[in-house]
Design a protein around this ligand. Sequence first.
Ligand SMILES: Cc1cc2nc3c(=O)[nH]c(=O)nc-3n(C[C@H](O)[C@H](O)[C@H](O)COP(=O)(O)OP(=O)(O)OC[C@H]3O[C@@H](n4cnc5c(N)ncnc54)[C@H](O)[C@@H]3O)c2cc1C
Ligand SMILES: *[C@@H]1O[C@H](CO)[C@@H](O)[C@H](O)[C@H]1NC(C)=O
Ligand SMILES: *[C@@H]1O[C@H](CO)[C@@H](O)[C@H](O)[C@H]1NC(C)=O
Length: 345
Amino acid sequence: MCDYVVVGSGIIGLYTCLELLNRNVKASSITVIAEHLPGDESINYASPYAGGDFSCITDDDPATLYYDKYTYTNLKKIQLALGGPQFGLDRYTSTEYWDIKPSKEKIDSLASYLEEYKEIPSYELPSGVAFGITFLSWNFNCPFFLANVKAYLEKNGVSFRRQKLTHITQAYLTSSTKVVFNCTGLGSHKLGGVSDSNVYPTRGQVVVVKAPHIKENVMRWGEDYATYIIKRPYSSDQLILGGYMQRDNWTADTFKEETEDIIKRTTTLYPKILEKNPFGNKLEILRVVAGLRPSRHGGVRIEKELVGHDKYLIHNYGASGYGYQAGLGMASEGVRLAFLNDSKI
Ligand SMILES: Cc1cc2nc3c(=O)[nH]c(=O)nc-3n(C[C@H](O)[C@H](O)[C@H](O)COP(=O)(O)OP(=O)(O)OC[C@H]3O[C@@H](n4cnc5c(N)ncnc54)[C@H](O)[C@@H]3O)c2cc1C
Ligand SMILES: *[C@@H]1O[C@H](CO)[C@@H](O)[C@H](O)[C@H]1NC(C)=O
Ligand SMILES: *[C@@H]1O[C@H](CO)[C@@H](O)[C@H](O)[C@H]1NC(C)=O
């Protein structure tokens, strides 16, 4: 039996499984099909490369504000279900600065639910910053968290199968497959059936350093740059330094100039990285990687399509730079659509 098929095993596909279980769908009726599974690394698999915290960079349209809020307020349940923070989801304080003040809608929404939310008085803001806040964030150890969610789902009876689909019809595994969720990220650019030319990558390079002395996140959003420092929980003290937001750039290579620029920007924004560095004034660089955020002109696509007389396809892709922090809300919307006005499912 396989009534629900989730295509894609990134954070959006896994959140979709969790939301199906949340609606009391039987785990054994769910199958995940993906070319890349937790534990893999590929430039076509964004989720392992995320810095992985809840930040306030997302748009200020009502849907996005809702997805962020839903995710932020429901992550506690997931942390508990997995067995605690040691499964790769923990909490640290974040400081966020904007060179251009966000809209009132955005600020009012954040203020309404972020724990320990505080606006930073203007006299304490760095030069050039228009607005700043501190709050208690959620931090993911992305590759480790993905693997732990997969293990949790499997333990409950969800099946995983590695397969690259060349056409969406292949996802309807048996005649009992009623709903397919399309959580293919950038894969939706190329997959047959429906090809969405609005999908494009936003490249980001990050530098991972060892920094046991840093226990918080700091970020600054400029008009044409993004500088961030994200602590990775349960990772033997990894700190993610970023970053870049290069639209329509498919390059998986990393560049020394970008590494140097990232280190310069992050240590200027947050000098403690170097000042209290146990390795002297040279950072202990563990890794430099590039990832492609699955972006979409027009924003995220969460839509229900009737295919055949009683089969549905739910699209859920285009999470761009916020799959972890907004994705649970997106998944809950996809699952809501699946059940909407249909007594057969
Ligand atoms: C440098 C960087 C930093 C980031 N920082 C953050 C952050 O701090 N917070 C945050 O919330 N987000 C962050 N993100 C964004 C986040 O990583 C993405 O939003 C998220 O990973 C998207 O997940 P996804 O499941 O849509 O796609 P993916 O993780 O790319 O998963 C796609 C899945 O679909 C499968 N697939 C695709 N095509 C096919 C096919 N034809 N057949 C079978 N399977 C297929 C793939 O194999 C894979 O399993 C960051 C991203 C990057 C690159
Ligand atoms: C997902 O949707 C995109 C865009 O419509 C399309 O290109 C892709 O073929 C779809 N994939 C699946 C598995 O539904
Ligand atoms: C992509 O980004 C890299 C690194 O910044 C750069 O060298 C390259 O020219 C870019 N490519 C395109 C097509 O913009």
